[in-house]
Design a protein around this ligand. Structure first.
Ligand code: ZN
Length: 321
């Protein structure tokens, strides 16, 4: 857009997940080049395994070897694979019921890039990665198999054996945010120390940020109103665990602030008070960045601090939680 209200945005979580005993054992088997399921009390074999029998809620039992062959039970075609997909050429996502299992596993099937090669009922076998680390990607994909030829069993690629305890599970979304008319008004205001909401003409609620339409009444809510930079804490959370993107060393308080004149709280930080003294109903005032640093972003408000006014009673905020 010509006014620059467009920004790259990355949402990223560098998770490592603890796997638990059942999934950890399954991943350890994948690293060894084997496929496993678990047997339920009723005698069914679940693969991939679940920690509980979905029918009874009971714990599942011993691991069971399944595969290495299986059958496609349903599928969908991917004509344009993405960079992170397990197969570089067009392929199918399919549910594959491994031999010996009663449930099916979602995975890729590589049929040479031709959509005519995939069908329900197709016999397949696992194709393993050369180097395996204990993730679902150790199983590169499935490929068609005639059902008769013996299937080579993969050999372990590492000295490590046993269950996998922790699994890298990063999530990353890169996209471009383009502010629409109402968000642009809101962001432009912040660069001038103005906080602009939008009022619904029917229910009179003031949305912050303005949304352009009232989700309750279904009518345009584009009457701009300026709200104050003072407000009331409606709810809060004390952050005690450090993480990479934390704005301060913990502990600190993240708060929902109902600004005076608005009906929706905004989320921000509160400083100038020990975190354990933050409370619902507490009155606060915005601390803005120096004028030279003002920009069209909520970060123009550095944080909120106690205003020194008396707390508001719960009844005055309960409709805005
Ligand atoms: Zn409304």
């Amino acid at each position: 857009m010509d006014d620059g209200f467009e920004a790259p945005y990355r949402l990223e979580y560098t998770y490592r997940r603890s796997t638990g005993a059942v999934i950890g054992r399954f991943l350890g088997a994948l690293r060894d080049g084997r496929l496993e399921g678990v047997r339920t009390a009723g005698g069914r074999v679940l693969s991939p395994p679940l920690e509980y029998d979905p029918e009874s809620g009971e714990d599942v039992g011993a691991p069971v070897d399944v595969g290495p062959g299986g059958v496609v039970t349903t599928w969908t075609w991917v004509a344009a694979p993405r960079p992170d997909h397990p197969v570089a050429r067009p392929f199918a996502w399919a549910l594959v019921r491994l031999d010996g299992a009663d449930t099916a596993m979602l995975h890729a099937v590589d049929v040479g890039g031709e959509p005519g090669g995939i069908r329900t009922g197709l016999r397949v076998r696992a194709r393993w990665r050369a180097e395996r680390t204990g993730t679902i990607r150790d199983l590169e994909c499935f490929v068609p198999h005639d059902g008769a030829t013996p299937i080579d069993v993969a050999r372990p690629t590492t000295e490590v054996s046993g269950p996998v305890a922790l699994l890298p599970s990063p999530v990353r979304l890169d996209y471009t945010i383009i502010a629409g008319r109402h968000l642009r008004t809101y962001l432009s205001g912040l660069a001038k120390k103005r906080i602009v909401g939008g009022r619904c003409p029917r229910c009179r609620k003031v949305y912050l940020p303005p949304r352009g339409a009232c989700p309750t009444c279904g009518v345009p809510a584009d009457h701009e109103v300026e709200v104050r930079d003072t407000g009331t804490i409606t709810t809060f959370c004390i952050i005690r665990i450090p993480f990479d993107a934390a704005p301060f060393p913990p502990p600190y308080a993240a708060v929902a602030v109902l600004l005076d004149g608005a009906d929706m709280p905004i989320f921000h930080l509160v400083r100038g008070i020990p975190p354990e003294e933050v409370r619902m109903g507490m009155r606060v005032r915005a601390t803005w960045v120096p004028d030279a640093e003002l920009a069209p972003t909520l970060a123009s408000i550095r944080w909120f601090e106690p205003s020194g006014e008396a707390d508001l009673p719960y009844e005055s905020i309960e409709a805005h939680l």
